[in-house]
Design a binder for this molecule. Structure first.
Ligand code: SAM
Length: 296
């Protein structure tokens, strides 16, 4: 587990983690996605790709034993950690009590709006986290669709999920569209399973999402936009003319005409469309409902 290519003299994070768990009588709870990061090089990559400065307010989801938290605290102005496990939150709170730019909140991230925990009036923040994989997509949506969105997210996710998030047309999915609608997504680094304790069954990757300053689809139109995208991905292997007509309850001739109006060949498949093309398609499919007017 420690063989992550680190050849420096610092003590092994794997040993530190195991010792800490033992001393505190804590056990990793797999049901909460508790796989603690023990790869120092990976830790360095997460931190470097966050471009963190003293101006930054960071929200960390699931600080766990605090390996990432400690590094964030050295560089950022403020670190707000949201941890659902009360034992971990209490343990970390105790160990970091002398560090005054870190706060540990014992809460469920999905039940916590960013604006509730950010300093009053703060609208610029970054999310940096080794995510609990059982709620990866809901957590991404939670932040990307929040009233106050992060300017940057650097998150560890399962390798296949990372590929889907950063996919290009030809390999797009509902998740790719759902993330890339809000920002530019890129894979920063592949991370082998041995970089965690306990070792998970899957490999991981670090992903960075840099938010666009303006929303492409206004919040009030998201429902109708994703109704179209979901219909398109209803049967990803089928031609869009069929999935859209079935999913939206429109006749094929009507769908075909509108697809051509959007500059999209009706025989194409959902995975081949870019976010821009989904936006054009949504506009022409929903124009009778007046919702296409939302598009900038
Ligand atoms: N950041 C630590 C690290 O890198 O070693 C721990 C990461 S571990 C993959 C995920 C963390 O998220 C765990 O500490 C877990 O308890 C926490 N977690 C799980 N579900 C959560 C939720 N709904 N809200 C907040 N934290 C959660």
């Amino acid at each position: 587990m420690e063989k992550t290519g680190d050849k420096n003299s610092k003590p092994s994070l794997g040993k530190e983690t195991r010792d800490l768990l033992k001393e505190s009588g804590l056990k990793a709870r797999k049901s909460l996605g508790q796989h603690f990061l023990v790869g120092r090089r990976v830790l360095g990559k997460i931190i470097a790709s966050g471009g963190i400065t003293k101006e930054d307010v960071i929200i960390e989801v699931g600080p766990g034993l605090g390996v990432l938290t400690l590094e964030l605290a050295k560089l950022a102005g403020q670190v707000i950690c949201i941890e659902i496990d009360s034992s971990l939150a209490a343990n970390l709170g105790g160990r970091l009590s002398g560090i005054d730019n870190v706060s540990i909140l014992n809460r469920d991230v999905l039940g916590t709006r960013p604006s509730e925990v950010l300093p009053p009036g703060e609208t610029r923040y970054k999310v940096i986290a080794n995510l609990p994989y059982y709620i990866t997509s809901p957590v991404l949506r939670h932040f990307l669709e929040a009233e106050v969105r992060p300017c940057l997210m650097v998150v560890m996710v399962q390798k296949e999920v990372a590929r889907s998030i950063a996919a290009i047309p030809g390999k797009m999915s509902l998740l790719s569209v759902g993330v890339q609608l809000y920002g530019r997504a890129e894979i920063i680094s592949a991370v082998p399973a041995r970089s965690f304790h306990p070792v998970p069954k899957v490999d991981s990757a670090v992903v960075r999402v840099t938010s666009y300053p303006e929303e492409i689809i206004p919040a009030g139109c998201r429902g109708s936009f994703f109704e179209v995208v979901r219909a398109g991905f209803g049967s990803p292997r089928k031609q869009l003319i069929n999935t859209l007509s079935h999913g939206l309850g429109m006749d094929k001739e009507n769908v075909s005409g509108r697809m051509l109006e959007a500059g999209i060949e009706p025989k194409r498949r959902a995975e081949s469309l870019s976010v821009e093309e989904w936006c054009c398609l949504w506009r022409v499919l929903k124009k009778d409902e007046g919702e296409g007017e939302c598009l900038h």
